[in-house]
Write a protein that binds this ligand. Structure first.
Ligand code: SAH
Length: 347
């Protein structure tokens, strides 16, 4: 965690203390600066009015202040979900989503610009990976939305564009910072990280013993079915992935979530449901069933309502918790990566 090359908004409080000391400033300035960035959500050094002007000038010279630029906001007429498109300093775009549930406000953030995992039904991966996001760029998606809505963010899901465990070091730093009591202080229990199943990093994350929820994108209940939809399955066998989930639970005590996107005629039959029950037998988990959100570039279709409910009831008969996810923001390019791509087309 002590990389020197990080931008200032990606630095931990103790790293900021070192920076402040090296500038010959009093130690309490570190906490003030950290608070401006991560609690008061300042947009620039100029806003940090209780820091001496000379310090602000020095900081501005040495440490460019990372912030995002709001490009578009789409608000769903169906459920108030908001989808944000942000520009990064280098001209790349990322998208983030704001969702209001009865239990609180959730923000879904992106972890990379593009993605190299290649899942067949996903829009984020169609142009491959452009680059990783830094911790500050992940934080700033939340800060921008928080400023825009004026409301407190209580839950975070790392389920936007990108594979978080393919950007492991930055993700880990982000997780520590966003749950830091000196920063936004979001409870780790209210944070979910979703992965397509990069086994060694699932195990590394387990060893950190954070209280976050790990969500595994399963989408197939046998090795063959999974391979059809997810190229990552060629790298890790389904049994290895499930055993990493078991390990995560053992290490953290946190129940794992499985994401299962139902694709009409591909993974939604009764046999699929039965195989799924066998695969995860005895595992303390929860399953989210999501009818696939069709994207223009692929001809996958969502499962029929009847098949979705049938699939769910087969799981429940085996006492496996399964929720059919409400599809939020369907009218505003709800599925990952759709907005960023459409915007790219328009330009
Ligand atoms: N790379 C991570 C997180 C980003 S994707 C992962 O794979 O989990 C977040 C979730 O949305 C994943 O479960 C992914 O498989 C799913 N997803 C992507 N495109 C989708 C689509 N068009 N319809 C339904 N679910 C989709």
């Amino acid at each position: 965690m002590e990389k020197e090359s990080y931008d200032i908004k990606s630095m931990t409080l103790s790293e900021i203390k070192t920076v402040i000391a090296s500038m010959g400033e009093k130690p309490f300035r570190a906490k003030q600066l950290y608070e401006w960035m991560h609690v008061k959500l300042a947009r620039s050094y100029e806003e940090m009015t209780n820091l001496p002007k000379s310090l602000r000038q020095q900081l501005a010279q040495k440490y460019p202040y990372i912030s995002l630029r709001e490009v578009t906001i789409q608000t769903s007429k169906l459920d108030g979900t908001k989808k944000y498109l942000f520009a990064l300093a280098d001209g790349n775009y990322v998208e983030s989503v704001w969702m209001q549930y009865h239990h609180g406000n959730s923000v879904c953030i992106s972890s990379q610009v593009g993605c190299r995992m290649g899942c067949r039904f996903c829009a984020s991966t169609l142009d491959g990976l452009e680059r990783n996001l830094t911790p500050s760029e992940m934080l700033e998606q939340i800060y921008m939305i928080s400023r825009n809505t004026g409301e407190r963010v209580s839950n975070i899901v790392v389920m936007g564009t990108g594979e978080p465990l393919d950007n492991y070091d930055n993700l880990l730093r982000f997780l520590y910072m966003v749950s830091d009591e000196n920063g936004l202080n979001i409870s780790q229990r209210n944070i979910t990280v979703s992965t397509c199943g990069i086994v060694e990093n699932m195990r590394r994350l387990a060893k950190e013993k954070l209280q976050i929820t790990l969500a595994l994108s399963l989408h197939g209940s046998t090795q063959e079915k999974r391979q059809e939809l997810m190229p990552i399955a060629n790298r890790y066998a389904i049994d290895e992935v499930i055993s990493a989930c078991r390990y995560y639970f053992e290490q953290t005590g946190r129940r794992v979530t499985f994401e299962y996107s139902l694709v009409g005629g591909v993974n939604d039959t009764e046999t699929d449901a039965e195989n799924l029950c066998k695969l995860i037998a005895g595992l303390n988990c929860h399953i989210n069933l999501i009818p696939v959100n069709p994207i223009q570039e692929r001809d996958y279709i969502a499962s029929e309502r009847r098949d979705v409910l049938n699939f769910q009831s087969r799981l429940e008969k085996k006492h496996i918790n399964a929720t059919v996810r409400r599809e939020m923001g369907r009218d505003i390019d709800g599925a990952c990566g759709q907005l960023r791509r459409r915007f790219g087309d328009l330009n």
